[in-house]
Design a protein around this ligand. Structure first.
Ligand code: IVH
Length: 725
């Protein structure tokens, strides 16, 4: 058998481990033991296999593909065609084998050559757990305080499922689950579909090598998978379900009898140890430390987490535990702790095992981020901006380091999709500082549907103030429409009203508003103007002088403008410029409050969403009452004749202005057009009625001519506005 260094065979793009054999004979099981034979197709098949192995490694493990996907597909299809033409030369390590074989009735049992042990879990989730492990190891090794620190390897504890990969003569022949540690299940077909797992190893791998590690699913892959599953369920596909977490999804995929389905589930792999290792053949690797073992596995093409590190004694283990704990939520996959292992293999052997657990390793967990609990009720909370959020009230449960009694269900659709009902057992998740959420319901197969609580529906009135709660088209959230009146939105509403761009009450900041609202001194906006000097001065940390300043600022704010007042009301979708346009168009507040949606739509800047929002707001008697009270308190502004009063010769017409007009500036032209009921747009389209062109008109004019849009000059515009046309 000849092993050519890769670069001699194919310039440049090959990793050192890509093995290429010049030839081999009829394939029985393993082509590397066959006699060399020079058939061009067979050579080509070997070359393709080697090339595809290398590109798969670059893509799945190193995350740096060297060729485009289409090129990979082309090579892959070429190999598939050759294998179809010469099935006798197909090999079990061929990348084509990744796409899975026939569905199974059941998995065959596999007796592990070396038992798959579990590790002891340090119950103390605090850093002191690391200290306890180090002390135990030192005691077992009979070390004294003066002896140097024990060297450890610290790793991540992946939250997936353990797999044993058995390679014989460098070829992946079998993959098995842990099972009871002695006997597992043969899941080779499914494991072959995992791109990160090498199907063949380099020449220096031992003749028999069992690699152990964790099959897991990345969180983003999990989300994508669940999205796909939801789409399938929505299309009525039978037997489809969503998964509660990445670990369940990974376990389900590995134990899937149909490998074609497993192939569609995005799985990943990390290696963390070995089982049987039999040297011989070309392989001669021996490990003296666990770190060396991991580095060698990495060299052979296995993914090893980049966070593995050596640690000297307990202090460095503690530091590792803390460092990874802080990093945990940023990792793209779930971990449930870290694992410490004595680095020296000789020391590992000296330490040995107790009751099927090695004395040289320990799992040091973090507080679980998911727990089971019962739903006691479903409340609806109203946020500062009026958003209604369904919240599950839970039997208290310790999760992610705190006791949780509430978990968000986000919105109506989410609550329905998860179908959470009172009395259900649910999985609650709290990761990092993220607010706790209900992941899903744990079904109770024995419970008839009729005995479950009612399906959740969002109330159509605000639970805090009784105003209408509405859900706008295309939005997921219901909102309370009683912005000025609603207790939940009080602070926000006052701050919005008092800001500089609205009526401006200088010195009324969020601390003060917080104090005033919390003390019950003010409930609604008009209460602001009823605040006396005494009430203000009696607040904590409020000097007489500051209290006087606020009173003066409040007095000053009473004289305002219609756009500022209107904007200050905090009507959804009514920003400053919309408020200005409304004020200009209607001139008076009452006209705006009473305008129909159609009338509102005539305003430049106002579309259906804004019109509807204005209508809903002023349809709430509470909101109107607040406006009346503010006026009664002396808040006032100059009112004008509506610009809408005159004739509207340009109603419904859309203009685009281009070039320099002889007398009018652009803004003046725009104002004139709008006052006459027309609209001004920035770009020419089929909807454009006229292009108003001046000197040196550019591409807009060309576009108008192209589309056959009428082009007019300034004097024509004036004639259109003032009649005679
Ligand atoms: S070492 C003899 N290392 O945790 C030592 N296990 O009982 C064998 N696990 O289900 C395990 N990450 O699948 C080891 N870095 C890691 C691990 C790890 C996750 C899992 C393993 C097993 C359990 C340990």
């Amino acid at each position: 058998m000849t092993w050519l260094p890769a670069h001699r065979w194919h310039a440049g793009s090959f990793l050192e481990f890509a093995q290429v054999q010049p030839a081999s004979a009829v394939m029985v099981t393993l082509d590397m033991f066959a006699e060399p034979q020079e058939h061009p197709d067979q050579l080509r098949m070997q070359a393709l296999r080697a090339q595809l192995h290398q590109h798969a490694h670059q893509y799945y493990v190193l995350d740096t593909p060297l060729i485009p996907d289409a090129e990979y597909d082309r090579l892959f299809q070429e190999l598939q065609a050759l294998e179809a033409a010469h099935p006798e030369w197909a090999t079990p390590d061929s990348p084509t084998q990744r796409v899975g074989g026939k569905p199974l009735d059941q998995f065959a049992s596999v007796r592990h050559a070396v038992p798959m042990l579990s590790i002891r879990t340090e119950t103390d989730t605090e850093s002191s757990g690391a200290q306890a492990f180090d002390s135990r190891v030192r005691r077992e090794l009979e070390l004294t305080d003066t002896d140097p620190a024990v060297e450890y390897v610290a790793e991540l504890k992946f939250d997936g499922l353990a797999i044993n990969l058995r390679y014989v003569e460098g070829v992946l022949l079998q993959a098995a689950t842990r099972g009871d540690g002695e006997t597992g299940e043969d899941v080779t077909q499914n494991i072959r579909t995992i791109g990160q797992i090498p199907l063949r190893l380099p020449a220096d791998a031992p003749a028999v090598l069992e690699v152990r590690g964790e099959v897991y699913m990345r969180r983003d892959d999990f989300e994508t998978l669940n999205e796909r599953q939801r789409a399938r369920i929505a299309q009525g596909e039978k037997g489809e379900k969503t998964f509660v977490n990445p670990r369940n999804a990974a376990a389900g995929a590995v134990r899937q009898l149909d490998p074609a389905i497993a192939a569609q589930r995005p799985l990943s792999f990390f290696a963390y140890g070995v089982g049987e290792v039999a040297h011989g053949g070309p392989g001669n690797a021996r490990f003296t430390t666990h770190m060396e073992l991991l580095q060698t596995l990495k060299k052979w093409g296995f993914p090893v987490a980049e966070q593995v590190d050596t640690a000297q004694g307990a202090p460095e283990l503690i530091a590792y535990h803390q460092r990874i704990g802080a990093l945990r939520d940023q990792l793209p996959y779930d971990i449930d702790g870290v694992v410490y292992k004595v680095n020296s293999i000789a020391l590992q052997q000296r330490l040995g095992f107790v009751s099927r657990e090695p004395r040289w390793a320990v799992a040091h967990k973090y507080p679980a981020q998911e727990q089971l609990t019962t739903v006691l009720g479903i409340d609806v909370q109203v946020g500062r901006t009026g958003k209604l959020t369904p919240v599950a009230k839970l039997a208290p449960v310790f999760v992610g380091g705190v006791t949780v009694t509430n978990a968000t269900l986000h919105n109506e659709d989410e609550a329905r999709r998860k179908d959470v009902r009172v009395g259900d057992t649910v999985i609650v998740r709290r990761a990092g500082d993220v607010i706790p959420e209900v992941v899903g319901v744990v079904p109770k197969p024995e419970q008839p549907e009729s005995e479950r609580g009612p399906v959740f529906t969002m109330p159509r009135i605000c639970p805090v103030c009784g105003s209408a709660a509405v859900r706008e088209e295309g939005e997921a959230d219901y909102r309370c429409t009683g912005g000025l009146f609603c207790g939940a939105q009080r602070k926000q509403a006052i701050l919005h009203f008092a800001q500089r761009r609205a009526v401006e009450v200088e010195g009324l900041g969020d601390k003060l508003v917080e104090q005033l609202v919390d003390a019950g001194t003010i409930h609604t906006l008009p209460d602001l103007y009823r605040l006396g000097l005494t009430a203000l001065a009696s607040l904590d940390r409020m000097a007489d002088k500051s209290a006087q300043n606020i009173v003066t600022a409040l007095e000053k704010s009473k004289q305002t403008t219609l756009p500022r007042f209107l904007f200050g009301l905090g009507i959804r979708h009514v920003g400053e410029s919309t408020a200005k346009a409304l004020a200009k168009h209607f001139g008076q507040l009452d006209a705006i409050m009473d305008a129909s949606e159609e009338a509102l739509l005539e305003v430049n800047d106002v579309g259906p969403i804004v019109a509807k929002s204005l209508r809903t707001f002023f349809d709430q008697p509470h909101n109107r009452e607040v406006v009346e009270q503010l006026r009664a308190c002396g808040v006032h502004w100059p009112e004008n004749e509506p610009t809408s009063a005159g004739p509207k010769p340009l109603a419904g017409k859309i203009f685009v202005i281009t070039g320099t007009l002889p007398t009018l500036g652009r803004d003046a032209a725009k104002d004139l057009i709008e006052a006459a009921g027309g609209k001004v747009s920035g770009s020419v389209s089929k909807k454009t009625s006229y292009v108003l062109a001046g000197a040196e008109a550019g591409s807009k004019l060309d576009r108008a001519l192209e589309l056959g849009v009428a082009v007019i000059d300034e004097s024509t515009l004036m004639e259109m506005i003032h009649g005679s046309m």
